[in-house]
Design a binder for this molecule. Sequence first.
Ligand SMILES: [Mn+2]
Length: 181
Amino acid sequence: MFSQENYIEVLEFATIAHGEQKTPKGYPYLAHITSVAMEVINACEKSNLDEKKADLAISCALLHDVIEDTNITYDELYVKFGEDVANGVEALTKDKTLSSKQEQMRDSIERLLTQPYEVQMVKLADRITNLGTPPKHWDNKKIKDYQKEASFILSCLGNSNIYLSNRLKEKIENYNNFIKE
Ligand SMILES: [Mn+2]
């Protein structure tokens, strides 16, 4: 089980934080974060996570991009939602002072590995959500690299939840349909 009241409260906070931000496909950003939260909720229920763990996973799912993409800070999350949520969202945030995207990903995963499984699950759910049809402007190399990066995420964080890791595996396989050889 999870707290529906917590879901609503965190969703409202994330809605205001992301404001007019859009996804790469041009949808309101909520379409992204509620999809990530849906994957996490499904996995929590199937895995019978207790309410405390499920609420941490779901809160981090709804908030996973607020430090990276909005002006919300770690301290604000700490005050409003507590230390575990703030630490989780921070670990899910890329360090943009690192020069390459590869380094940013590696660093974020290293930090995620020090977090509980409930937080690591969000990274799997995020990539599951992002492995839909690639944006039109992506070339073959970019698509291949994105698939490779997804395999790296799976190999590092797959232990966190069997349902999400199986679903990500499937998504990575299906992504071959977008690659031209
Ligand atoms: Mn995301």
